[in-house]
Design a protein around this ligand. Sequence first.
Ligand SMILES: Cc1cc2nc3c(=O)[nH]c(=O)nc-3n(C[C@H](O)[C@H](O)[C@H](O)COP(=O)(O)O)c2cc1C
Length: 143
Amino acid sequence: MKINIIYESQFGNGKKVVEELTVILEENGQDVDLFPVAETKPNELPPADLYIFSSPTRKFMLPRNMGRFIKEFIPPSENTKYALMTTYMDPRTIALKKMEALMKKKEIKKAADDFKIKILGLKGPLEDGYSDGLNKFADELIK
Ligand SMILES: Cc1cc2nc3c(=O)[nH]c(=O)nc-3n(C[C@H](O)[C@H](O)[C@H](O)COP(=O)(O)O)c2cc1C
């Protein structure tokens, strides 16, 4: 399966997680590409079967560039799937809810439940023990 991961990561925590996810998926025979949102335009993405969007929570919500990217993203077919991830400090985050609301309009299916990773300070580190969750998320994505 061809998988595009589109991510934003100001301090590198989200980047670390999507890089780890890429390794897991590649070890399972998937063809994965990573795209930093700031350097990518939605219409420049190569077509893929699955799109994973990974964003930090900012001011409870999404950074503007991620919101705009998802809004403009056009799935290549109705069989395209998507999945959502966020890093956050405060459990009141509504970043995933915002991404979900934007994706709902595309009328494509979700490949796995949303994945949230807690970070312990503004700049990190990631809370220990997310590896099990990340492996389960990866399993769901490719099942
Ligand atoms: C301007 C700003 C606002 C933030 N607001 C929130 C917030 O409302 N809720 C929250 O849980 N985390 C908030 N954070 C923390 C980010 O979620 C955290 O920096 C991010 O997840 C780290 O991921 P990254 O290293 O990939 O950038 C904020 C961070 C910044 C810089």
